[in-house]
Every structure is written in structure tokens, then in C-alpha cells.
Design a protein around this ligand. Structure first.
Ligand SMILES: Cc1cc2nc3c(=O)[nH]c(=O)nc-3n(C[C@H](O)[C@H](O)[C@H](O)COP(=O)(O)O)c2cc1C
Length: 399
């Protein structure tokens, strides 16, 4: 293969990176890597829905950094290890997983396929992956739990009105969710932050929109708005309520629930330290897939100082930009316990429904296992800091 690439280069042909190949595949089984699903998703979706799926904030610097930063980390494989069998199983906050690859919470999945969250749950079931369901799910929590056939985790956006928050927590507990991830990177700020893309996103671009969307806000913060309404508050078009969240509010949530509490959206060692001080059970290092704050660090760069700060006291999940088995391996080698993926499984969903999600999970899993074999690691415990080198100028906090 290398020789082939050299020949092409010598002939003056450019060698495409796999994520630049834009060939449209006809079936999920034709995919070679997860990027193959994106052009199919783009073809299948309305411009508005594809924009919702793909966009980052403002100039999308964080979005791009999430991908390019993986190249700053290089792998150091060890040799002469019997790797015929590799074991990717683990336990995360009491939940047994057969793989550290987790489905990140994503809102409004019926925007990508009519079966939405149910197709994802069925794929998670057949491939045995942990699913985290968004507050903004377009399918009822109980139905998703039924389709998954095993406990799922719940992601919480809350309107910051205590009776509503308590009700949301109770509903998740009653549905059997063992863990809740409170998202704190304030998605409410994204809308209006990417004017170029939003121009395409406008509702009135597509006359069909009103049949699914009653209003611009209704589907964006669906569960948040309905939780507020259920306790007699009308948030109307205001997004500000989520900005009320602070560490005191987090304490209240922690004290009010029997579920394990994770905080999703941590990118600094200071906040990781506060999470531990406030009795949080787990952290998701995330910049919301480049959708929270622009000009931020990639999460693979943000991870090492957080790992150092946490010192193994609580599990660390990480997401944003993970597309290849080597990406997953690098995160684990840098000290993460598990990796969540967002857009790749949505591309699969939009392209081929449940089958597409299954194919994406299958590809990620097989790439990860192949990487483990190549690296001479037989189980997750054998993946360590010695397997990765930072090859770029490391970003340091000034001062
Ligand atoms: C279309 C879309 C909707 C999302 N909705 C939510 C959500 O409802 N709750 C949440 O906590 N994160 C949400 N996220 C963020 C994901 O959970 C995750 O952090 C992100 O997608 C990871 O980056 P990746 O897409 O590059 O894998 C969403 C992301 C996308 C792309």
C-alpha cells in the first residue's frame, strides 16, 4: 500500500486522506470507514437538518481542532505480544460494557431518520454499546429503554426551575437509568453563533418544517421546555434559564438523585477539581463537538491535565471529533476510561437507519481492536501512557 502511495505521489497524483474521499456508497456494508456515511447523510437530509448535524459555533475553529489535534499524538507500539485475543470489556460506574465506545447524547434524532432514537437503541442493543439519551430526545425515554433492552444513561438539560429538575430526575430514575450526565457547556448559546450556516438553516427555507416543528424553540430544548411547563412555568422563547446553573445547583441535583452523576462539558483542570470537590461521580471531557465555544482546545489536548488532576479518583469519558480506532486508543492511552461518539453514528442513522448505526459501531470497534493488536495491548488495562507521545507543541495554561 505504501509503495502504491509512493507511485501515485511520484506520478504527481495527490493521495487523498480517507476523510476527503467523497464517493457515495450505496449500502452500509460498502463503507470502509465512518467518513463514508457523511456524504450519504448530506444527500438524504434537508439542508436545515444537515446543518444542525454538522455545524460548529462561529468560525468552527474548535470543530476543526477536534480533528486535527489527533495528529499531534503519535503511537508507540510494543512488539512480540500474543494478541490473537483482545478483550475490550470494562465496567463504568457499575454499568458493564463490552466496549469503551459509547453513543453520545444527541437531541432530535427523528430529524435524521424517521425511527430516530429507536433505530439507535436497536443498533446499540445488537452491537452492545452504552447509549446516553438526550433530554431533547424526539422519542419517549421509556420507549428507548425498551428498544435498548438494557439500562441507558440519561443526559440532563434542565430549565433551572427546581420542581422541574426534580421531576426530570425522577422520570429518569423511574425509567431505570443508573446514571445522569448533566450537560454544562451551555448549548443555548449556539443558535445564532454561526450565521453562515444558519442562513441555510432558516425554517422558512422549507415549507414542510411546520409539520414537525411547532416553533423554533420547541424542538431545540424540547424536554427542558416541557419539564418547565409540567410544573407551571412557560419558558416561551427564552433560553436563559439554563444559564442559571452553578455549583450550588449541581449540589442540589447530586443530593436529590440516587443516580450516579456525571458532568458533561468539562475542559479545564480547575473545573475537574471542582467536580471532585462537589462529589460528582464522573466527568465527560467535551466541547460539545465544537458547538459550545469557538477558539477552544480540542478535547484530546484538554484531556491530559484533567487526567492528572483527577488522579484516577473518578472515571473520565471524552468526546468531540472521535472518528477512528486510533483516536479511541489515544484517548485511553492518555488516561480516559471511555470515549463517546456523536456525529459518526448520526451519519450512519441518516444514511441507512439502524443498519447504518450498526455499521458505524462495527467499524469503530474493529478499528479499535486492530489498533490494540498493532499496539501489543490485549485488554483495556494494558493500554497506558507509554503507548502515546505528544508530538506537537503542547498547549500550556499561561502563567
Ligand atoms: C446534532 C447534535 C445534537 C446534539 N445534542 C446534544 C444534546 O441534546 N445533549 C448533549 O449533551 N449533547 C448534545 N450534542 C453533543 C454530543 O453529545 C457530543 O458532545 C458531540 O456530538 C461529540 O462530538 P462529535 O459529534 O464530534 O463526535 C449534540 C451534538 C450534535 C452534533
Amino acid at each position: 500500500m505504501e509503495a502504491f502511495e509512493h507511485l501515485l505521489a511520484a506520478a504527481g497524483e495527490s493521495v487523498l486522506r480517507p476523510d476527503e474521499v467523497r464517493e457515495i456508497i450505496a449500502a452500509a456494508r460498502d463503507a470502509i470507514n465512518v467518513f463514508d456515511f457523511e456524504p450519504v447523510a448530506e444527500r438524504n437530509l434537508s439542508p436545515a437538518h444537515y446543518t444542525y448535524l454538522s455545524m460548529g459555533v462561529q468560525h468552527e475553529v474548535t470543530l476543526r481542532a477536534n480533528r486535527s489535534a489527533f495528529d499531534l499524538f503519535k503511537l508507540r507500539p510494543r512488539r512480540l505480544v500474543d494478541v490473537r485475543e483482545v478483550d475490550t470489556s470494562m465496567e463504568l460506574l457499575g454499568t458493564k460494557l463490552s466496549s469503551p465506545i459509547v453513543l453520545a447524547p444527541v437531541g432530535s434524532q427523528k430529524a435524521f431518520h424517521p425511527e430516530g432514537e429507536l433505530a439507535v437503541a436497536r443498533a446499540a442493543r445488537s452491537r452492545d454499546h452504552l447509549q446516553i439519551l438526550s433530554t431533547s430526545s424526539s422519542t419517549e425515554l421509556e420507549e428507548v429503554v425498551d428498544a435498548r433492552g438494557a439500562p441507558i444513561w440519561f443526559q440532563l438539560y434542565t430549565p433551572g426551575i427546581w420542581p422541574a429538575t426534580r421531576m426530570q430526575l425522577r422520570e429518569a430514575e423511574e425509567a431505570g437509568c443508573p446514571a445522569v450526565a448533566l450537560t454544562v457547556d451551555n448549548m443555548s448559546t449556539i443558535w445564532g453563533q454561526n450565521r453562515d450556516r444558519i442562513r441555510r438553516y432558516r425554517r422558512d427555507d422549507n415549507a414542510e418544517c411546520q409539520s414537525c416543528h411547532q416553533s423554533f424553540t420547541d424542538d431545540l430544548l424540547d424536554g427542558t421546555i416541557s419539564a418547565a411547563r409540567a410544573v407551571g412555568f412557560d419558558l416561551g422563547k427564552r433560553f436563559d434559564n439554563m444559564m442559571i446553573l452553578d455549583w450550588d445547583y449541581l449540589d442540589r441535583i447530586r443530593d436529590a438523585t440516587s443516580m450516579k452523576l456525571l458532568v458533561k462539558g468539562i475542559v479545564t483542570r480547575e473545573d475537574a477539581s471542582l467536580c471532585i470537590e462537589h462529589g460528582v461521580d464522573g466527568i465527560v471531557v467535551s466541547n460539545h463537538g465544537g458547538r459550545a465555544v469557538d477558539s477552544g482546545l480540542s478535547t484530546i489536548e484538554a484531556l491530559p491535565p484533567i487526567v492528572e488532576e483527577v488522579g484516577g479518583r473518578i472515571p473520565i469519558l471524552v468526546d468531540s471529533g472521535f472518528r477512528r480506532g486510533t483516536d479511541v486508543f489515544k484517548a485511553l492511552a492518555l488516561g480516559a476510561d471511555a470515549v463517546c461518539v456523536g456525529r459518526p453514528y448520526l451519519w450512519g442513522l441518516a444514511a441507512f437507519g439502524q443498519e447504518g448505526v450498526e455499521a458505524v459501531l462495527g467499524i469503530l470497534r474493529s478499528e479499535f481492536e486492530t489498533t490494540m493488536k498493532g499496539m501489543g495491548t490485549v485488554d483495556l488495562a494494558s493500554i497506558g501512557a507509554e503507548h502515546v507521545l505528544s508530538a506537537g507543541p503542547a498547549c500550556q495554561v499561561a502563567g
